[in-house]
Design a protein around this ligand. Structure first.
Ligand code: EPU
Length: 416
């Protein structure tokens, strides 16, 4: 496990280029299995979650050419549909996309329960219920699933919750099914639109992605395509929060501002000096930050993936801020680490109350998951003195070149 060592208190200046979205890339890569030819993805972030998916595809005998410029070529024409090694599957959550993709292509998949950050129970019952509605039978033996279908038939599927993973997995399972599938109460996140466009680029017939009703007309064959991963809205938000916390003037480029509207609204409410342009934002030093209240919601609401990151900014804002986390049951572990640095925080059920402003002091803390780690990086950049963040590998799972990017704007940060 790596550690990050940060000497805080240095004002940051300069430009950050945002990478391709982790949560799009980790869906698009397993989706390559559905293609009957080969695909090229561009703007793929160089993060360890992508390394793990590459390992899984290689395990299935796919051919992969991953280039330094962020392009990845995948040919799944001759893959072997076998049970993926459990150690690989457990490395991340997005392994579950192999379920939908292999089921869609081969009508058979054998896989164990996926891994991922421990931020809640994270069941996959909505995915499995949808596979069943499409005609699959599922044998569950402890942690292992065998999913089979003589044929997959289009049908209407209502999701009990607008789950990102289930929406994408059901698009994968339905894209080659017989007839039309309608997913009601579908997730509307930008990553869903990115995946639907990808499949349509291969010749799929999907409409409605980005709304609550997605319609998929099954096709027999999916041809090669060239597809770009959208900019990472959570990485964008993370650097916006860093800029608000300790920046003098920071420009964040290669973004889609509409994807971070909920955060930008809250930053403006906090008094952050933010100028939004077509594909970038400029954030200048703000004199005083005000407290704010947020409640996490599905897109376009405030993203759960940014609440842990924003918590570190709330610590230095004047007054009492609150966070209500409605998506996951266990996404406040970062707050205990912030308290070690001096933050004044109370946690009660799904709500945390943060009272500021507090001057944070550098100390040794633990990244308990990816976004908790990102929040601690921000706290360490603000704090007086040296902070050591243990388990930094969590952070490397989702932030491309975070050390280099932060150094380029003046941070004193080192990975050891
Ligand atoms: N849920 C169920 N049953 C299911 C599926 C989901 O109860 O079958 C529950 C989950 O337990 C959770 C909620 O529904 O409480 C939301 O889950 P969702 O399926 O939408 O999330 P996910 O697909 O597991 C993706 C991202 C997460 C992000 C969420 C919400 C990936 C690989 N992960 O997870 O990203 O928080 O959507 O936007 O795309 C992160 O990047 O740090 C991260 C955790």
């Amino acid at each position: 496990m790596h550690k990050l060592i940060i000497h805080g208190g240095k004002k940051l200046n300069g430009t950050i280029n945002i990478s391709g979205a982790k949560n799009s890339a980790v869906a698009l890569i397993p989706g390559a299995i559905l293609c009957d030819e080969s695909i090229t993805l561009t703007n793929v972030p160089n993060i360890s979650d992508v390394d793990s998916l590459e390992e899984m595809l290689l395990f299935l005998n796919a051919k992969i050419d991953r280039r330094k410029n962020g392009e990845i070529l995948i040919s799944s024409e001759n893959i072997e549909n076998k049970r993926i090694d459990e150690n690989l599957v457990k490395k991340l959550r997005a392994s579950y996309y192999f379920m939908g993709a292999l089921l869609g292509k081969y009508k058979h998949v054998e896989m164990c329960f996926p891994g991922g950050c421990t931020i809640g129970a994270r069941p996959i019952d909505i995915h499995l219920k949808g596979f069943k509605k499409l005609g699959a039978t599922i044998k569950e033996d402890g942690d292992n699933f065998i999913i089979d279908a003589k044929e997959l038939k289009g049908t209407k599927i209502y999701l009990d919750f607008a789950s990102v993973g289930a929406t994408i997995n059901l698009m994968y399972a339905a894209v080659k099914a017989e007839g039309e599938t309608i997913i009601e109460n579908a997730a509307k996140e930008p990553e869903i639109v990115n995946v639907a466009t990808y499949l349509n680029n291969m010749g799929a017939k999907i409409t409605g992605a980005g709304t609550k009703t997605i319609k998929i007309k099954g096709v027999k064959y999916l041809h090669s395509c060239f597809h770009e991963v959208i900019p990472d809205r959570i990485e964008t938000g993370t650097y916006e929060i860093i800029a608000a916390a300790i920046g003098e003037k920071i420009t964040i480029k290669n973004i889609i501002p509409e994807h971070v509207e909920a955060l930008n609204e809250k930053l403006t409410e906090m008094g952050v000096d933010i100028t939004i342009k077509e594909d970038k934002v400029v954030i200048k030093e703000s004199k005083n930050l005000n407290s704010v209240s947020i409640k996490t919601e599905v897109y376009p609401g405030f993203p759960t993936d940014l609440q842990q990151v924003l918590a570190s900014l709330m610590v230095i804002a004047e007054g009492t801020s609150t966070i209500q986390e409605t998506i996951y049951e266990n996404r406040f572990l970062n707050l205990y680490e912030l308290m070690k640095m001096g933050a004044k925080i109370k946690i009660s059920g799904d709500t945390a109350t943060i009272t500021g402003p507090t001057k944070l002091k550098g100390t040794e803390v633990n990244a308990t998951d990816l976004r908790a780690g990102a929040g601690l990086v921000i706290a360490a950049l603000i704090a007086n003195g040296k902070t050591v963040i243990n388990n930094a590998d969590y952070i490397l799972r989702g932030y491309e070149n975070i050390v280099e990017k932060l150094k380029s704007i003046g941070a004193d940060i080192e990975l050891v």
